[in-house]
Design a protein around this ligand. Structure first.
Ligand code: PLP
Length: 369
């Protein structure tokens, strides 16, 4: 967590007051929430009234798809989405065969726009949901043509921008999506808080997931998580002036890591469109070295095999399989995530440990090789 976010969380936890109560402590809590809403809106260049705070991006994705699907058409999304989108889309459309279109991706993880255009033409679609940046490979979606085509076909556009917000500039005055999900812990805020941007005037049926006291304009009932929300706002405010510098620094570290690994480890390669990626995600395959064994051989380095959200599940990465990798290749991929707090020393340590761990695993599996 960014220090500014930590301080805001602690300050809100030390205070008393329900943001919906009409007394002085209640007003103080409401004012913390107002500040945070302004700060998050500033990060996205939207209006504070367009932000609905949630428990994270999973909930924001569920809310967006559920409301969008209620508009009475099908759903288009892609095979490489986070499970919070994929599973929601599957669940919503389970009783309606043909209501879900899953777009495939090429070997670089990019969706083919022609497939999108065909899907928009072939049936009535109420919502298109494509992620802004992939959590496993960092590959970015060019959303502008997606928005143009979907709007021309009368569909709403949602983007899961969880990985992009706080890592690359997001300008909602320019990017005309109707709905956007984010999660605070991806940009230095606390875990367990996120938001859904709902564009004012978007033709979105009112379909909350959680009913109750009518908080968040009825979109998300329940006492507001004032410490979490304050932390999300403080993280946003802290990063805005630093975003460009962090982006340059992190991508420099990522390049250094990738150059060293590809030079020092035979056969290793990077997954995903190299020129169209987030600054801080590097997905690397080490042929002949299963990722679970590599991770076990370097527990001092906090990296992931496949998606962290799904780690523990013994299934190969659905993203790498969708990009045409074999099961063996997908099982030998490690995801390095770099952030605002990553240091040059971390990169040196990651290089040293990875080179050693891959050699050790290869040697153990193929002693004569
Ligand atoms: N979407 C993407 C792209 C993610 O990377 C994640 C988490 O890593 C989520 C959604 C889920 O976010 P949360 O844990 O805030 O629910």
């Amino acid at each position: 967590m960014r220090p500014e976010a930590r301080e805001a969380v602690i300050a809100a936890m030390l205070a008393v007051g329900n943001a919906s109560s009409p007394h002085v402590p209640g007003h103080a809590a409401a004012s913390r929430v107002d500040t945070a809403r302004r700060q998050v809106a500033e990060l996205l260049n939207c209006s504070p009234g367009e932000i609905v705070f949630t428990s994270g991006a999973t909930e924001a994705n569920n809310l967006a798809l559920r409301a969008g699907y209620s508009a009475g058409g099908g759903v288009i999304t892609s095979v490489v989405e986070h499970p919070a989108v994929l599973e929601t889309a599957r669940e919503l459309t389970t009783d309606t065969p043909g209501a879900l279109t899953l777009l495939s991706v090429d070997k670089d993880g990019l969706v083919d726009l022609v497939d999108l255009y065909k899907a928009l033409e072939s049936s009535k679609i109420s919502i298109v949901s494509l992620m802004a940046a992939n959590n496993e490979t960092g590959v970015l979606t060019d959303l502008t043509p997606v928005v143009e085509a979907a709007h021309a076909a009368g569909a709403l556009v949602h983007t899961d921008a969880t990985q992009m917000v706080g890592r690359l500039p997001v300008d909602l005055a320019d990017l005309d999506v109707d709905l956007l999900s984010l999660s605070a812990h991806k940009f230095g805020g606390p875990q367990g808080v996120g938001a859904l941007f709902i564009r004012r005037g978007a033709d979105l049926p009112f379909r909350p997931l959680i009913f109750g006291g009518g908080q968040e304009r009825g979109w998300r009932a329940g006492t507001l998580n004032v410490p979490g929300i304050s932390g999300a706002g403080a993280a946003a405010a802290a990063l805005i002036p630093k975003l460009r510098e962090e982006q340059a620094r992190v991508s420099g570290f990522r390049d250094k890591l990738e150059t060293a690994l590809t030079q020092q480890i035979s056969g290793c390669y990077i997954n995903g469109a190299l020129e169209q990626r987030l600054p801080g995600v590097s997905n690397v395959t080490f042929p002949g070295a299963p990722a679970d064994a590599v991770l076990t051989a370097m527990p001092e380095i906090a990296v992931s095999d496949g998606s962290a959200c799904a780690s523990g599940a013994p299934t190969p990465s659905h993203v790498l399989l969708a990009m045409g990798r074999s099961r063996e290749e997908a099982d030998s991929a490690v995801r390095f995530s770099l952030g605002h707090a990553t240091t040059s020393r971390d990169i040196e340590a990651a290089i040293t440990s990875t080179v050693r761990a891959v050699a050790q695993v290869r040697q153990a599996l193929n002693p004569s090789g």
